[in-house]
Design a protein around this ligand. Structure first.
Ligand code: XMP
Length: 533
Protein backbone atom coordinates (compact mmCIF):
# COMPACT_ATOMS: atom_id res chain seq x y z
CA UNK A 1 0.00 0.00 0.00
CA UNK A 2 1.22 3.44 -0.87
CA UNK A 3 1.46 5.67 2.14
CA UNK A 4 0.50 9.31 2.13
CA UNK A 5 3.26 9.75 4.64
CA UNK A 6 5.78 8.45 2.17
CA UNK A 7 4.63 10.80 -0.53
CA UNK A 8 4.37 14.05 1.30
CA UNK A 9 6.11 13.86 4.57
CA UNK A 10 9.67 13.30 3.67
CA UNK A 11 10.76 16.72 4.85
CA UNK A 12 8.83 19.31 6.83
CA UNK A 13 5.25 18.70 7.85
CA UNK A 14 3.30 20.06 4.93
CA UNK A 15 0.93 22.52 6.53
CA UNK A 16 -0.46 23.97 3.32
CA UNK A 17 -2.64 26.89 4.16
CA UNK A 18 -2.19 26.72 7.88
CA UNK A 19 -0.11 28.91 10.10
CA UNK A 20 1.65 26.99 12.84
CA UNK A 21 0.31 27.72 16.29
CA UNK A 22 3.24 28.68 18.53
CA UNK A 23 2.53 25.89 21.01
CA UNK A 24 1.92 22.48 19.58
CA UNK A 25 2.26 18.84 20.32
CA UNK A 26 3.60 16.28 17.91
CA UNK A 27 2.20 12.80 18.26
CA UNK A 28 4.40 10.04 16.89
CA UNK A 29 2.05 7.36 15.63
CA UNK A 30 2.98 3.76 16.28
CA UNK A 31 -0.29 2.55 14.82
CA UNK A 32 -2.71 2.57 17.73
CA UNK A 33 -6.39 2.71 16.95
CA UNK A 34 -6.50 5.52 19.53
CA UNK A 35 -3.87 7.82 18.00
CA UNK A 36 -6.41 10.19 16.48
CA UNK A 37 -8.20 10.27 19.80
CA UNK A 38 -5.02 11.52 21.49
CA UNK A 39 -4.85 14.39 19.00
CA UNK A 40 -8.48 15.22 19.58
CA UNK A 41 -8.17 15.18 23.37
CA UNK A 42 -5.13 17.46 23.30
CA UNK A 43 -6.92 19.90 21.03
CA UNK A 44 -10.00 19.79 23.22
CA UNK A 45 -7.72 20.95 26.00
CA UNK A 46 -6.79 23.98 23.92
CA UNK A 47 -3.41 22.88 22.60
CA UNK A 48 -2.81 22.24 18.93
CA UNK A 49 -1.73 18.66 18.17
CA UNK A 50 -0.84 16.80 15.04
CA UNK A 51 0.07 13.26 14.18
CA UNK A 52 3.14 12.16 12.24
CA UNK A 53 4.32 8.60 11.68
CA UNK A 54 6.84 7.21 14.15
CA UNK A 55 9.51 7.33 11.42
CA UNK A 56 9.15 11.08 10.89
CA UNK A 57 12.77 12.26 10.52
CA UNK A 58 14.43 13.61 13.63
CA UNK A 59 15.83 16.58 11.68
CA UNK A 60 12.32 17.61 10.79
CA UNK A 61 11.09 17.28 14.35
CA UNK A 62 14.04 19.40 15.47
CA UNK A 63 13.14 22.07 12.92
CA UNK A 64 9.47 21.99 13.79
CA UNK A 65 10.30 22.69 17.44
CA UNK A 66 7.32 21.02 19.09
CA UNK A 67 6.38 22.02 22.62
CA UNK A 68 5.85 18.39 23.57
CA UNK A 69 6.00 14.94 22.02
CA UNK A 70 3.56 12.12 22.67
CA UNK A 71 4.44 8.57 21.66
CA UNK A 72 1.23 6.72 20.80
CA UNK A 73 0.32 3.15 21.54
CA UNK A 74 0.55 0.54 18.85
CA UNK A 75 -0.47 -2.99 17.99
CA UNK A 76 3.06 -4.37 18.07
CA UNK A 77 5.12 -5.85 20.84
CA UNK A 78 8.68 -4.60 21.09
CA UNK A 79 9.65 -8.27 20.86
CA UNK A 80 8.21 -8.85 17.42
CA UNK A 81 10.38 -8.78 14.34
CA UNK A 82 10.18 -5.41 12.67
CA UNK A 83 8.57 -3.73 15.67
CA UNK A 84 8.57 0.04 15.08
CA UNK A 85 11.51 1.79 16.74
CA UNK A 86 12.76 5.36 16.88
CA UNK A 87 16.14 6.87 17.42
CA UNK A 88 16.87 7.56 21.08
CA UNK A 89 18.20 11.00 20.03
CA UNK A 90 14.64 12.24 20.13
CA UNK A 91 14.90 12.26 23.92
CA UNK A 92 17.87 14.62 23.74
CA UNK A 93 15.87 17.44 22.18
CA UNK A 94 14.96 18.69 25.63
CA UNK A 95 11.26 18.45 24.71
CA UNK A 96 8.96 16.79 27.27
CA UNK A 97 7.76 13.35 26.20
CA UNK A 98 4.76 11.24 27.19
CA UNK A 99 4.75 7.63 26.04
CA UNK A 100 1.42 5.84 26.05
CA UNK A 101 1.26 2.03 26.11
CA UNK A 102 3.66 1.01 23.31
CA UNK A 103 5.19 4.47 23.77
CA UNK A 104 6.09 3.47 27.33
CA UNK A 105 8.12 0.52 26.01
CA UNK A 106 9.86 2.76 23.52
CA UNK A 107 11.03 4.89 26.45
CA UNK A 108 12.04 1.89 28.53
CA UNK A 109 13.98 0.52 25.58
CA UNK A 110 15.70 3.83 24.82
CA UNK A 111 16.84 4.29 28.41
CA UNK A 112 18.02 0.72 28.80
CA UNK A 113 15.38 -0.48 31.18
CA UNK A 114 14.00 -3.96 30.58
CA UNK A 115 10.63 -5.21 29.54
CA UNK A 116 9.36 -8.59 28.46
CA UNK A 117 6.24 -10.31 27.17
CA UNK A 118 3.81 -10.64 30.10
CA UNK A 119 2.46 -14.01 31.23
CA UNK A 120 -1.00 -12.64 31.63
CA UNK A 121 -2.04 -9.95 29.22
CA UNK A 122 -4.16 -7.10 30.46
CA UNK A 123 -7.02 -5.74 28.36
CA UNK A 124 -9.83 -3.51 29.45
CA UNK A 125 -10.59 -1.86 32.76
CA UNK A 126 -7.99 -2.02 35.51
CA UNK A 127 -7.16 -0.22 38.72
CA UNK A 128 -3.81 1.41 39.21
CA UNK A 129 -2.32 2.53 42.48
CA UNK A 130 -0.39 5.75 42.32
CA UNK A 131 2.89 5.98 44.21
CA UNK A 132 4.69 9.13 45.26
CA UNK A 133 3.90 12.65 44.17
CA UNK A 134 4.50 12.98 40.47
CA UNK A 135 3.20 16.05 38.63
CA UNK A 136 1.73 13.62 36.08
CA UNK A 137 -0.83 12.41 38.61
CA UNK A 138 -1.28 15.63 40.54
CA UNK A 139 -4.76 16.05 41.95
CA UNK A 140 -5.68 12.37 41.60
CA UNK A 141 -6.65 9.90 44.32
CA UNK A 142 -4.33 6.96 44.93
CA UNK A 143 -6.58 4.45 43.14
CA UNK A 144 -7.59 5.12 39.58
CA UNK A 145 -9.73 3.25 37.05
CA UNK A 146 -7.89 3.09 33.75
CA UNK A 147 -8.13 1.39 30.36
CA UNK A 148 -5.30 -1.02 29.61
CA UNK A 149 -4.39 -3.02 26.55
CA UNK A 150 -0.96 -4.58 26.67
CA UNK A 151 0.79 -7.89 26.32
CA UNK A 152 4.25 -6.82 27.54
CA UNK A 153 5.37 -5.66 30.94
CA UNK A 154 8.18 -3.54 32.31
CA UNK A 155 10.44 -5.76 34.40
CA UNK A 156 12.97 -3.11 35.40
CA UNK A 157 12.42 0.60 34.88
CA UNK A 158 15.39 2.49 33.42
CA UNK A 159 17.88 4.21 35.70
CA UNK A 160 16.73 7.71 36.59
CA UNK A 161 13.06 6.82 36.24
CA UNK A 162 10.72 6.42 39.18
CA UNK A 163 7.82 3.99 39.20
CA UNK A 164 4.76 6.23 39.45
CA UNK A 165 1.98 3.64 39.51
CA UNK A 166 1.32 -0.08 39.55
CA UNK A 167 -1.60 -2.39 38.82
CA UNK A 168 -2.41 -6.00 39.74
CA UNK A 169 -0.88 -7.19 36.51
CA UNK A 170 1.86 -4.67 36.10
CA UNK A 171 4.17 -3.64 38.87
CA UNK A 172 5.22 -0.79 36.66
CA UNK A 173 2.13 0.90 35.20
CA UNK A 174 3.74 4.33 34.89
CA UNK A 175 7.27 5.72 35.03
CA UNK A 176 8.68 9.20 35.06
CA UNK A 177 11.84 11.24 35.09
CA UNK A 178 10.85 14.65 36.43
CA UNK A 179 14.17 16.26 35.65
CA UNK A 180 14.09 15.31 31.96
CA UNK A 181 10.30 15.58 31.81
CA UNK A 182 9.91 12.15 30.25
CA UNK A 183 6.94 9.99 31.28
CA UNK A 184 5.44 6.71 30.23
CA UNK A 185 2.08 5.18 31.10
CA UNK A 186 0.88 1.65 30.50
CA UNK A 187 -2.77 2.69 30.23
CA UNK A 188 -4.61 4.88 27.73
CA UNK A 189 -5.42 8.31 29.20
CA UNK A 190 -7.11 9.34 25.93
CA UNK A 191 -9.87 6.73 26.23
CA UNK A 192 -12.89 7.81 28.22
CA UNK A 193 -12.92 4.56 30.24
CA UNK A 194 -9.81 5.94 31.93
CA UNK A 195 -11.90 7.97 34.32
CA UNK A 196 -9.37 10.73 35.01
CA UNK A 197 -7.45 10.41 31.74
CA UNK A 198 -8.12 14.01 30.82
CA UNK A 199 -6.57 15.13 34.10
CA UNK A 200 -3.44 13.12 33.31
CA UNK A 201 -3.18 14.77 29.88
CA UNK A 202 -3.85 18.17 31.45
CA UNK A 203 -1.10 17.59 33.99
CA UNK A 204 1.31 16.65 31.23
CA UNK A 205 0.47 19.62 29.01
CA UNK A 206 0.04 22.36 31.56
CA UNK A 207 1.95 21.32 34.70
CA UNK A 208 4.84 19.51 33.10
CA UNK A 209 5.21 21.21 29.71
CA UNK A 210 3.97 24.58 30.96
CA UNK A 211 1.75 25.12 27.91
CA UNK A 212 -1.23 27.44 27.82
CA UNK A 213 -4.64 26.57 26.43
CA UNK A 214 -4.67 29.07 23.61
CA UNK A 215 -5.81 26.97 20.68
CA UNK A 216 -9.47 27.35 19.75
CA UNK A 217 -11.65 27.39 16.69
CA UNK A 218 -11.53 31.16 16.76
CA UNK A 219 -7.74 31.15 16.73
CA UNK A 220 -7.84 28.49 14.02
CA UNK A 221 -10.00 30.73 11.84
CA UNK A 222 -7.72 33.72 12.33
CA UNK A 223 -4.53 31.81 11.60
CA UNK A 224 -6.09 30.03 8.61
CA UNK A 225 -7.30 33.25 7.06
CA UNK A 226 -3.91 34.78 7.53
CA UNK A 227 -2.20 31.75 6.01
CA UNK A 228 -4.59 31.57 3.04
CA UNK A 229 -4.00 35.25 2.29
CA UNK A 230 -0.25 34.80 2.49
CA UNK A 231 -0.38 31.84 0.15
CA UNK A 232 -2.91 33.02 -2.42
CA UNK A 233 -1.73 36.65 -2.46
CA UNK A 234 -3.79 38.24 -5.25
CA UNK A 235 -4.39 34.91 -7.01
CA UNK A 236 -7.65 33.08 -7.68
CA UNK A 237 -8.99 29.84 -6.19
CA UNK A 238 -11.32 27.29 -7.75
CA UNK A 239 -13.46 25.14 -5.45
CA UNK A 240 -15.83 22.26 -6.17
CA UNK A 241 -18.83 22.87 -3.95
CA UNK A 242 -21.22 19.97 -3.31
CA UNK A 243 -23.39 21.66 -0.73
CA UNK A 244 -22.13 19.16 1.88
CA UNK A 245 -20.53 20.19 5.16
CA UNK A 246 -16.84 20.02 4.23
CA UNK A 247 -16.86 21.90 0.95
CA UNK A 248 -19.33 24.44 2.34
CA UNK A 249 -17.20 25.28 5.36
CA UNK A 250 -14.14 25.48 3.10
CA UNK A 251 -16.01 27.90 0.85
CA UNK A 252 -17.04 30.20 3.67
CA UNK A 253 -13.55 30.23 5.17
CA UNK A 254 -11.95 30.98 1.81
CA UNK A 255 -14.46 33.66 1.07
CA UNK A 256 -13.58 35.36 4.36
CA UNK A 257 -9.92 35.23 3.36
CA UNK A 258 -9.97 36.20 -0.31
CA UNK A 259 -13.50 37.41 -1.07
CA UNK A 260 -14.58 37.20 -4.69
CA UNK A 261 -11.31 35.74 -5.88
CA UNK A 262 -12.88 32.46 -4.83
CA UNK A 263 -14.73 30.65 -7.62
CA UNK A 264 -17.01 28.01 -6.11
CA UNK A 265 -18.42 25.71 -8.77
CA UNK A 266 -21.57 23.76 -8.01
CA UNK A 267 -22.41 21.03 -10.51
CA UNK A 268 -25.93 19.62 -10.74
CA UNK A 269 -25.33 16.05 -11.86
CA UNK A 270 -29.03 15.24 -12.24
CA UNK A 271 -29.04 12.84 -9.31
CA UNK A 272 -29.50 15.33 -6.47
CA UNK A 273 -32.34 15.15 -3.96
CA UNK A 274 -35.65 17.01 -4.18
CA UNK A 275 -35.10 20.80 -4.42
CA UNK A 276 -31.43 20.31 -3.57
CA UNK A 277 -29.97 22.42 -6.37
CA UNK A 278 -32.35 25.29 -5.62
CA UNK A 279 -31.59 25.09 -1.90
CA UNK A 280 -27.84 25.13 -2.40
CA UNK A 281 -28.07 28.10 -4.75
CA UNK A 282 -30.35 30.00 -2.39
CA UNK A 283 -28.23 29.23 0.65
CA UNK A 284 -24.93 30.17 -0.88
CA UNK A 285 -25.97 33.11 -2.96
CA UNK A 286 -28.49 34.75 -0.65
CA UNK A 287 -27.41 33.80 2.84
CA UNK A 288 -23.71 33.20 2.55
CA UNK A 289 -23.23 35.68 -0.30
CA UNK A 290 -20.96 33.56 -2.38
CA UNK A 291 -20.54 34.12 -6.11
CA UNK A 292 -21.66 30.64 -6.96
CA UNK A 293 -21.01 29.26 -10.41
CA UNK A 294 -23.93 26.94 -11.02
CA UNK A 295 -23.62 24.36 -13.78
CA UNK A 296 -26.71 22.38 -14.63
CA UNK A 297 -25.19 19.34 -16.29
CA UNK A 298 -28.04 17.00 -15.36
CA UNK A 299 -28.97 16.15 -18.93
CA UNK A 300 -25.39 15.12 -19.72
CA UNK A 301 -25.16 12.85 -16.73
CA UNK A 302 -28.56 11.24 -17.25
CA UNK A 303 -27.78 10.59 -20.90
CA UNK A 304 -24.59 8.80 -19.95
CA UNK A 305 -26.41 6.77 -17.30
CA UNK A 306 -29.06 5.58 -19.73
CA UNK A 307 -29.32 1.80 -19.79
CA UNK A 308 -26.58 1.36 -17.17
CA UNK A 309 -27.47 -1.01 -14.35
CA UNK A 310 -24.11 -1.94 -12.87
CA UNK A 311 -23.38 0.04 -9.67
CA UNK A 312 -19.65 0.37 -10.30
CA UNK A 313 -20.26 1.57 -13.85
CA UNK A 314 -22.68 4.19 -12.59
CA UNK A 315 -20.11 5.42 -10.07
CA UNK A 316 -17.36 5.58 -12.67
CA UNK A 317 -19.50 7.43 -15.20
CA UNK A 318 -20.50 10.04 -12.64
CA UNK A 319 -16.96 10.47 -11.29
CA UNK A 320 -15.47 10.86 -14.74
CA UNK A 321 -18.12 13.22 -16.03
CA UNK A 322 -17.81 15.38 -12.94
CA UNK A 323 -14.14 15.93 -13.72
CA UNK A 324 -14.99 16.74 -17.35
CA UNK A 325 -17.60 19.32 -16.37
CA UNK A 326 -15.35 20.80 -13.72
CA UNK A 327 -12.46 21.17 -16.14
CA UNK A 328 -14.68 22.83 -18.73
CA UNK A 329 -15.87 25.35 -16.17
CA UNK A 330 -12.32 26.02 -15.05
CA UNK A 331 -11.36 26.76 -18.64
CA UNK A 332 -14.32 29.13 -18.99
CA UNK A 333 -13.22 31.07 -15.93
CA UNK A 334 -9.79 31.37 -17.51
CA UNK A 335 -6.73 30.57 -15.53
CA UNK A 336 -6.86 30.01 -11.81
CA UNK A 337 -3.97 29.79 -9.39
CA UNK A 338 -5.16 27.26 -6.82
CA UNK A 339 -7.61 24.42 -6.39
CA UNK A 340 -9.30 24.21 -2.97
CA UNK A 341 -10.72 21.06 -1.43
CA UNK A 342 -12.64 20.29 1.75
CA UNK A 343 -10.30 17.45 2.67
CA UNK A 344 -10.46 16.44 6.34
CA UNK A 345 -7.86 14.94 8.59
CA UNK A 346 -9.05 11.33 8.34
CA UNK A 347 -8.93 11.66 4.53
CA UNK A 348 -5.20 12.36 4.46
CA UNK A 349 -3.83 10.57 7.45
CA UNK A 350 -3.17 6.95 6.89
CA UNK A 351 -2.51 5.39 10.21
CA UNK A 352 0.58 3.27 10.33
CA UNK A 353 -1.73 0.49 11.46
CA UNK A 354 -2.37 -0.87 8.02
CA UNK A 355 -4.64 -3.55 9.41
CA UNK A 356 -7.44 -1.13 10.18
CA UNK A 357 -10.55 -1.38 8.04
CA UNK A 358 -10.29 2.31 7.19
CA UNK A 359 -7.24 1.63 5.10
CA UNK A 360 -8.89 -0.79 2.78
CA UNK A 361 -12.37 0.64 2.56
CA UNK A 362 -11.78 4.33 2.42
CA UNK A 363 -10.83 5.70 -0.94
CA UNK A 364 -9.19 9.08 -0.87
CA UNK A 365 -11.38 10.76 -3.44
CA UNK A 366 -9.46 14.00 -2.85
CA UNK A 367 -6.27 12.22 -3.78
CA UNK A 368 -6.86 11.18 -7.39
CA UNK A 369 -3.72 11.39 -9.60
CA UNK A 370 -4.58 14.77 -11.12
CA UNK A 371 -5.00 16.31 -7.68
CA UNK A 372 -1.81 14.70 -6.40
CA UNK A 373 0.07 16.35 -9.22
CA UNK A 374 -1.34 19.73 -8.24
CA UNK A 375 -0.52 19.07 -4.59
CA UNK A 376 3.10 18.40 -5.54
CA UNK A 377 3.31 21.72 -7.32
CA UNK A 378 1.81 23.50 -4.32
CA UNK A 379 -1.43 24.37 -6.08
CA UNK A 380 -3.93 22.83 -3.68
CA UNK A 381 -5.39 24.56 -0.65
CA UNK A 382 -6.98 22.37 2.00
CA UNK A 383 -7.68 24.51 5.05
CA UNK A 384 -9.56 21.75 6.92
CA UNK A 385 -7.03 19.05 6.50
CA UNK A 386 -5.95 19.06 10.13
CA UNK A 387 -9.51 18.79 11.45
CA UNK A 388 -11.98 16.06 12.35
CA UNK A 389 -15.60 16.18 11.22
CA UNK A 390 -16.95 17.40 14.54
CA UNK A 391 -14.29 20.11 14.60
CA UNK A 392 -15.35 21.19 11.11
CA UNK A 393 -18.92 21.51 12.34
CA UNK A 394 -17.75 23.66 15.25
CA UNK A 395 -15.69 25.72 12.83
CA UNK A 396 -18.79 26.20 10.68
CA UNK A 397 -20.75 27.34 13.72
CA UNK A 398 -17.98 29.76 14.60
CA UNK A 399 -18.19 31.09 11.03
CA UNK A 400 -21.91 31.71 11.55
CA UNK A 401 -23.14 28.94 9.27
CA UNK A 402 -26.58 27.44 9.98
CA UNK A 403 -26.85 24.12 11.87
CA UNK A 404 -29.24 22.88 9.23
CA UNK A 405 -26.31 22.85 6.82
CA UNK A 406 -23.64 21.74 9.26
CA UNK A 407 -25.52 18.73 10.59
CA UNK A 408 -26.82 17.41 7.29
CA UNK A 409 -26.59 13.68 6.76
CA UNK A 410 -23.75 12.60 4.44
CA UNK A 411 -24.77 12.28 0.80
CA UNK A 412 -22.65 10.23 -1.61
CA UNK A 413 -21.02 11.78 -4.67
CA UNK A 414 -22.91 9.46 -7.06
CA UNK A 415 -26.10 10.69 -5.40
CA UNK A 416 -29.45 9.09 -6.12
CA UNK A 417 -27.91 7.08 -8.96
CA UNK A 418 -26.81 4.51 -6.36
CA UNK A 419 -30.19 4.67 -4.63
CA UNK A 420 -32.18 3.84 -7.73
CA UNK A 421 -31.38 0.17 -8.03
CA UNK A 422 -30.85 -0.83 -11.63
CA UNK A 423 -31.30 1.63 -14.45
CA UNK A 424 -31.59 5.31 -13.52
CA UNK A 425 -34.46 7.07 -15.29
CA UNK A 426 -36.02 10.50 -14.73
CA UNK A 427 -39.28 8.84 -13.73
CA UNK A 428 -37.65 6.63 -11.12
CA UNK A 429 -35.64 9.56 -9.80
CA UNK A 430 -38.83 11.58 -9.40
CA UNK A 431 -40.54 8.80 -7.45
CA UNK A 432 -37.48 8.37 -5.25
CA UNK A 433 -37.13 12.11 -4.62
CA UNK A 434 -40.70 12.38 -3.37
CA UNK A 435 -40.44 9.32 -1.14
CA UNK A 436 -37.07 10.40 0.24
CA UNK A 437 -38.35 13.87 0.98
CA UNK A 438 -41.30 12.50 2.98
CA UNK A 439 -39.03 10.17 4.95
CA UNK A 440 -36.60 12.95 5.90
CA UNK A 441 -39.41 15.37 6.71
CA UNK A 442 -40.98 12.88 9.13
CA UNK A 443 -37.65 12.07 10.72
CA UNK A 444 -37.02 15.74 11.35
CA UNK A 445 -40.55 16.16 12.68
CA UNK A 446 -40.03 13.25 15.10
CA UNK A 447 -36.82 14.89 16.37
CA UNK A 448 -34.69 11.96 15.19
CA UNK A 449 -32.59 13.59 12.48
CA UNK A 450 -29.53 14.36 14.59
CA UNK A 451 -29.29 10.98 16.29
CA UNK A 452 -29.50 9.17 12.97
CA UNK A 453 -26.29 9.08 10.97
CA UNK A 454 -27.99 8.77 7.62
CA UNK A 455 -31.56 8.20 6.48
CA UNK A 456 -32.79 7.87 2.93
CA UNK A 457 -35.13 6.05 0.58
CA UNK A 458 -34.12 3.53 -2.06
CA UNK A 459 -36.05 2.82 -5.25
CA UNK A 460 -36.39 -0.90 -5.96
CA UNK A 461 -37.03 -1.88 -9.56
CA UNK A 462 -39.42 -4.66 -8.57
CA UNK A 463 -43.17 -4.43 -8.68
CA UNK A 464 -45.56 -5.98 -6.23
CA UNK A 465 -49.28 -6.41 -6.09
CA UNK A 466 -51.44 -4.19 -3.93
CA UNK A 467 -54.99 -2.98 -3.65
CA UNK A 468 -56.11 0.64 -3.59
CA UNK A 469 -59.81 1.42 -3.31
CA UNK A 470 -61.32 -1.50 -5.14
CA UNK A 471 -58.55 -1.69 -7.66
CA UNK A 472 -55.65 -4.07 -7.91
CA UNK A 473 -52.32 -2.26 -8.27
CA UNK A 474 -48.99 -3.51 -9.52
CA UNK A 475 -46.35 -0.97 -8.61
CA UNK A 476 -42.89 -0.26 -7.28
CA UNK A 477 -41.36 -0.79 -3.86
CA UNK A 478 -39.55 1.84 -1.80
CA UNK A 479 -37.07 0.68 0.83
CA UNK A 480 -36.29 2.95 3.77
CA UNK A 481 -32.77 2.91 5.16
CA UNK A 482 -31.76 4.61 8.40
CA UNK A 483 -28.60 3.85 10.31
CA UNK A 484 -26.73 4.95 13.39
CA UNK A 485 -22.96 5.14 13.19
CA UNK A 486 -19.97 7.10 14.38
CA UNK A 487 -17.82 7.01 11.28
CA UNK A 488 -19.73 5.02 8.61
CA UNK A 489 -17.21 2.19 8.90
CA UNK A 490 -19.74 0.19 10.88
CA UNK A 491 -23.42 0.95 11.25
CA UNK A 492 -26.56 -0.38 12.92
CA UNK A 493 -30.02 -0.01 11.51
CA UNK A 494 -31.85 2.63 13.49
CA UNK A 495 -34.80 1.68 15.70
CA UNK A 496 -37.30 4.21 14.47
CA UNK A 497 -40.53 4.19 16.52
CA UNK A 498 -43.42 2.29 14.90
CA UNK A 499 -45.66 5.31 14.68
CA UNK A 500 -43.06 7.23 12.71
CA UNK A 501 -42.56 4.36 10.27
CA UNK A 502 -46.34 4.02 10.00
CA UNK A 503 -46.73 7.69 9.13
CA UNK A 504 -43.89 7.58 6.59
CA UNK A 505 -45.29 4.47 4.92
CA UNK A 506 -48.84 5.87 4.77
CA UNK A 507 -47.67 9.13 3.36
CA UNK A 508 -45.42 7.58 0.73
CA UNK A 509 -48.09 5.18 -0.50
CA UNK A 510 -50.77 7.86 -0.53
CA UNK A 511 -48.74 10.75 -1.84
CA UNK A 512 -46.23 9.22 -4.24
CA UNK A 513 -47.65 7.85 -7.45
CA UNK A 514 -46.17 4.57 -8.55
CA UNK A 515 -45.45 3.14 -5.09
CA UNK A 516 -47.72 0.64 -3.33
CA UNK A 517 -45.30 -0.93 -0.87
CA UNK A 518 -42.73 0.38 1.62
CA UNK A 519 -40.20 -1.82 3.41
CA UNK A 520 -37.69 -1.03 6.15
CA UNK A 521 -34.09 -2.23 5.82
CA UNK A 522 -32.97 -4.06 8.99
CA UNK A 523 -29.40 -4.89 7.99
CA UNK A 524 -26.28 -3.74 9.78
CA UNK A 525 -22.91 -2.89 8.33
CA UNK A 526 -21.06 -5.20 8.08
CA UNK A 527 -22.06 -7.40 6.37
CA UNK A 528 -24.33 -4.98 4.48
CA UNK A 529 -23.23 -1.50 3.48
CA UNK A 530 -25.07 1.72 4.19
CA UNK A 531 -25.84 2.41 0.54
CA UNK A 532 -27.49 -0.31 -1.50
CA UNK A 533 -25.17 -0.01 -4.45
P1 XMP B 1 -21.21 2.39 2.45
O1 XMP B 1 -22.38 2.26 1.53
O2 XMP B 1 -19.93 1.95 1.82
O3 XMP B 1 -21.05 3.94 2.71
O4 XMP B 1 -21.45 1.73 3.78
C1 XMP B 1 -20.27 4.51 3.72
C2 XMP B 1 -20.49 6.02 3.67
O5 XMP B 1 -19.90 6.55 2.48
C3 XMP B 1 -20.91 7.17 1.69
N1 XMP B 1 -20.58 6.84 0.31
C4 XMP B 1 -20.00 7.68 -0.55
N2 XMP B 1 -19.61 8.96 -0.42
N3 XMP B 1 -18.87 8.98 -2.65
C5 XMP B 1 -19.08 9.62 -1.48
O6 XMP B 1 -18.76 10.80 -1.39
C6 XMP B 1 -19.21 7.70 -2.86
O7 XMP B 1 -19.02 7.16 -3.94
C7 XMP B 1 -19.81 7.02 -1.75
N4 XMP B 1 -20.29 5.76 -1.59
C8 XMP B 1 -20.74 5.67 -0.31
C9 XMP B 1 -22.21 6.60 2.17
O8 XMP B 1 -23.30 7.47 1.90
C10 XMP B 1 -21.94 6.43 3.63
O9 XMP B 1 -22.05 7.65 4.32
Amino acid sequence: MQSMYGEKRTTMIDHGALALPPERVIILDFGSQYTQLIARRVRELGVYAEIVPYFHPLDDITRERPSAIILSGGPSSLYEDGAPRITADIFDLGVPVLGICYGLYVIVDAFKGTSQPAHSKEYGRATITIAGDSPLFRGLDAHQTVWMSHGDKVSAPPAGFAVLASSDNAETAAIGNDERRIYGVQFHPEVHHTVNGTQVLKNFLFEICGLRATWSMKSFIDSSIEAIRAEVKDGTVLLGLSGGVDSSVTAVLLQKAIGDRLYPVFVNNGVLRKNEAAQVIERFEKHLRLNLIYVDASKRFLKLLKGVENPEKKRKIIGREFINVFKEEARKIGSFDFLAQGTLYPDVIESVSTKGPSDTIKSHHNRVPEVLKLIKSGKVIEPLKELFKDEVRRLGQELGMPDELLFRHPFPGPGLAIRVIGEVTEKRLDVLREADDIFIEEIIRAGLYREIWQAFAVFLPVRSVGVMGDKRTYENVIALRAVTSVDAMTADWASIPDEVLKRVSNRIINEVRGVNRVVYDVSSKPPSTIEWE
